[in-house]
Structures are given as structure tokens and as C-alpha cells.
Design a protein around this ligand. Structure first.
Ligand code: 1GP
Length: 250
């Protein structure tokens, strides 16, 4: 549990961890290297790698670039078992607990587990909770599952708690990449009030005010992805990291 413990340590030291999701289909080559250098300087704690649908198939190459330019962990955030690679440091072993699709609850895991064992990749047992966010997201469509209605925080809290009681080590409240609306703050508050494991919030986060609100509501990891595919916003990385790291005085 080396990487999981690393995340716990960051949470303890800085109040929350800042994770940046890299889509290997979007940021590549020299641009990716430049971004990674900038992100690390700004204080990003780990990179997530993957996507619900990857078409270029250059994951290994991209992870190599990230590793050459940074020392922070690379954690796979896989859309399918085909995205498993020993090039990463760990994998979010996602069970889509908001859905009722057996493939995403246990089926894919049976296929993935022996591969992870063989290559020695650390699985981080993660309860993945999709939350309704306006228009239909790729994650929702690809997983053929119904997200939790945004005005039902009590369903999210019961789902997350059930995940924790099943032994999952982290809960990921996900509005979906590029979501119109991020996870409602009330839902984050409700979920963090019942869970003792760290709660990740991601999807559609575009400003530091939302980050501050989520962290104050008890989120322990914040994920941004899409936002920094726009190079003109790279200058804001440090502001985002500062908003996440509430315990750190800079
Ligand atoms: C998606 O939570 C992540 O899984 C990030 O979402 O790309 O909307 O920031 P965005």
C-alpha cells in the first residue's frame, strides 16, 4: 500500500491532495513534458492517467514522459483492463458502486486481479460513485449505469458508506470528465460526514472557489482534468494547488 499510504500522508500534511488527470489522447510529447514540469512546480501531488475511452493507445509512452519529468506518483484511472500497465505506480481499482452493472462492480476486477498480481501493481480499492451532472458524460455512457440524482445526497452517503463497509479504501465522487456541473457541495458534505475513508471529488471543477468549498466540506483529494488541456490556464495551477492544500501556509 505504498501509494495509498503516500496519499494519506499528503492528506495529513497538507489537508488534502491535488491530483491532476492526464488524458493520453489529449496531451502528448513535448507539451506533456512541459505541463508535467509546471504542474510539479505548482505542487501537484500525483497524476492520474487514463480515460473512459482511449483511442491512441500510447499510454506507456506518455507515462514514461511523465516519469522522466517528475517524481510524483502516476496512478492509473482505467476505463478498462486494457489500460493496465506496469509503467504506473498504482491503479485505482474502481468498483462502480453507484451503478448496478455487474461487470463494473466485480466482472472487470476478476479479469484484472491476476494481471495486477503478476505485474506487481498496487491496487487502491476505490468506490466509484457517479453523480448526475447535467448532460450525459462519457463515464456514464461507457459504463451503462445510472448516476445518482444530484438532489439525493442521502443516496450518495448510503452508497459511499456501503462501499466503506465492504472494505473500499477511498470513495471517488465523480461528476464525469467535462461535466456541466460538478458534484453538489451538499452531497460532498453528507458523504464526508458518514465516511471515515478519504473522499475524492472530481469532474467539472473549473475554479478555485469550488476547490475551497469542496475541501472545506471534507473532500480529501481534488481532481482536475479538462481544465488544463487549455494551455492558457496553466498559470492557474499554483492557485489550484494552494486552494487544495488548506493546511499549508505558502
Ligand atoms: C474525471 O474527475 C475527473 O474523471 C476530472 O474531470 O476533466 O472535468 O476536470 P474534469
Amino acid at each position: 500500500m505504498r501509494i495509498y499510504n503516500y496519499l494519506l500522508q499528503i492528506i495529513e500534511q497538507k489537508g488534502a491532495a491535488y491530483l491532476v488527470l492526464l488524458d493520453p489522447d489529449k496531451l502528448t510529447g513535448q507539451k506533456l513534458a512541459e505541463f508535467v514540469l509546471k504542474a510539479c512546480k505548482a505542487g501537484v501531488d500525483a497524476f492520474l492517467f487514463g480515460g473512459s475511452l482511449l483511442v491512441n493507445g500510447t499510454l506507456d509512452e506518455q507515462i514514461k514522459i511523465v516519469k522522466e519529468h517528475s517524481s510524483v506518483p502516476v496512478i492509473l484511472f482505467p476505463g478498462s483492463e486494457s489500460q493496465i500497465t506496469p509503467a504506473a505506480d498504482a491503479i485505482l481499482f474502481l468498483s462502480l458502486i453507484s451503478g448496478r452493472n455487474p461487470d463494473h462492480l466485480i466482472g472487470k476486477h476478476v479479469i484484472a486481479a491476476p494481471i495486477l498480481k503478476k505485474i506487481g501493481l498496487e491496487p487502491i480499492p476505490t468506490g466509484y460513485v457517479l453523480v448526475e451532472s447535467g448532460k450525459r458524460t462519457t463515464a456514464e455512457y461507457m459504463s451503462a449505469s445510472i448516476p445518482i440524482p444530484r438532489h439525493k445526497p442521502e443516496i450518495a452517503a448510503a452508497t459511499a458508506l456501503a462501499g466503506e463497509y465492504l472494505g473500499l479504501k477511498i470513495i471517488y465522487l465523480e461528476a464525469g470528465s467535462g461535466a456541466e456541473a460538478s458534484v453538489p457541495i451538499e452531497m460532498v458534505r453528507k458523504v464526508t460526514s458518514v465516511c471515515t475513508v478519504p473522499v475524492i471529488v472530481g469532474g467539472g471543477i473549473r475554479d478555485t472557489k469550488s476547490v475551497t468549498d469542496f475541501v472545506n466540506a471534507g473532500a480529501k483529494c481534488i481532481v482536475t482534468g479538462n481544465l488544463f488541456e487549455d494551455e492558457s490556464r496553466w498559470g492557474e495551477l499554483e492557485d489550484f494547488a494552494r486552494a487544495v492544500h488548506i493546511k499549508e501556509k505558502r
